[in-house]
Each structure stands twice: as structure tokens, then as C-alpha cells.
Design a protein around this ligand. Sequence first.
Ligand code: NAD
Length: 264
Amino acid sequence: MSPISQSSSPSTVPQSLAGRVALVTGGARGIGRGIALALAEAGADVALADLLEEQAQSVSREIEALGRRALVVRTDVTDRAQVERAVQATVAHFGRLDIAVANAARSIRRRFIELSWDDAWATFSVTLFGVWHTCQFAAQHMVRQGEGGKIIIISSIMSELATADSSAYNSAKAALNEFGRTIANELAEHRINVNVIQPGWIDTPGERMHFSEEEIQEGGSRMPWGRLGQPEEIGRLARFLASPEADYMTGSIVRMDGGLIMRM
Ligand SMILES: NC(=O)c1ccc[n+]([C@@H]2O[C@H](COP(=O)([O-])OP(=O)(O)OC[C@H]3O[C@@H](n4cnc5c(N)ncnc54)[C@H](O)[C@@H]3O)[C@@H](O)[C@H]2O)c1
């Protein structure tokens, strides 16, 4: 059985984000790239904030090929000043900021009793505090702009699963769920929607650093949907959350995992 269309052609995607500007952290590859392209397909101009400048430039060219404008801002999200500059650069370049996707994360996988404090700190710095900085500077700008906005936080089903070797990552992701709900509560009066996506197991360069092709195929076949998710599938969910169709949705934690959690 051939899979139902995995990607949407730009011409069939409603231009619900025309005139909108998005900032995506970790947009150089994987899920961040999938989200950046999905937003661009719907008409948004996109700034990519990532450490991987060359790969971000390549995504930038893909965005331009869709007829949208793109900007690469080399950013380490663990550095608060760099995140502030990324937001400022986005606004300086495009004139506004409407959508922020806090996606960049890092996972150093090791037994808790062997995990060094440096490695735990590195994981928290990107996965939790990087998201904190991104959401805070984006929200401050959106409030000043006075036209509402959309903030999307990428958490993980690992926030609900006590999988081994991921104590820092799992707890950072669990913190993000409540962080997202709390700032959603505060920002509602500014008409800024904040929602959290919990991806399941998605086929990305990051995952392929931990698993071989064989392990990915074998692991996928054991999942309810029979395969890993694709970055563009998370992209389409983010696009919905960024669109006016999701205006009444805030403080939600949305799982997209091909049913994985039911088998864990
Ligand atoms: N792939 C999965 O199975 C999966 C599952 C659940 C959640 N997620 C989440 O989805 C998001 C993206 O994951 P992915 O699998 O695409 O990862 P990935 O490793 O393929 O891509 C992550 C991107 O983030 C960037 N990044 C890392 N540290 C950064 C920093 N300090 N500053 C700026 N950019 C930085 C990387 O350069 C890279 O471009 C993460 O939040 C991850 O936790 C992934």
C-alpha cells in the first residue's frame, strides 16, 4: 500500500500565513527544517536561528524556492544575548515577528549515575533554557507589536516516558510542558497563543546519530503506524497551530507519535 501523500505541494496549501514572519530555532535540519518549510509553504517568511550556518543557508534557499523570504541568524540558543539578537535581527530584516518556534534541543544520552554535571547542564541549557530565552524575547516583541502571535514549543513524548539514559532530556521536556501552559495562561490577554507539540519518534539527522538504518527500520516496524514519523508531518501540525484556524487553541499539549505511546 502506498502511503498517502507525505508532503503538500505549495500550490495546494492555503496561504493562511501570508504576510506573517516566523522564527524557528534549530531550523537547519530535522524537525526544525520541516517546520520552517511548512510555514513557508503557507506564505510565511522565515528566520532560521541555528548553530549550523551552512545547513541553515541550504534551508534558506529551499524557502526562497517556495517564493518566500528567508534569513539565517547564526545563534547558540544557550546564549541569552544571542537569542535576543536573533529576535532583533528578524524584526530588523522583516519588520515584524508573528510566529516563534522553540525547537532546538540537545540530548546527551547516558546512565544517570554516569552523567557528568557538565553534560546534564549542556542538555538543560539548550533544551530548557534555550526555549525559555526564545519564548521570552519573542513574547516581549509580540506584546510590543500589539497584534497577538503564535508560540510553538517542541517538547517530546519522552516527557511522559521514563526511558532510560535520558534523565536530563526527559526532565527538561517535562518542564517545557508546564512552562508552555503557564506562559499560555499569562499571554492569553495579549492574544498570543502558546502550544506544545510532543513528537514521537521522528526520522531526523539527530536520531540517525544514535541509531543505524537497520535499527530505524526495525524500530519503525514495531510501532503502531509501522514507521517513524517524518519532519514534514510535525511541520504540518506546527503550521496548523501557527494559523488563524488555531486561534482558539492555547495551552494545549499535542502529541503526534503514530500511536507510539500506546505501545510503551
Ligand atoms: N527526532 C525525534 O525523534 C524527536 C522526538 C521528540 C522530540 N524531538 C524534538 O524535536 C526537536 C528537533 O529534533 P531533531 O530530531 O530534528 O534534532 P536534530 O538534531 O536533527 O536537529 C536539531 C537542530 O537544533 C540545532 N541546535 C542544537 N543545539 C543548538 C543550539 N545551542 N543553538 C541553536 N541551535 C541548536 C542543531 O544544530 C540542529 O540543526 C528537538 O526539540 C527534539 O527534542 C525529536
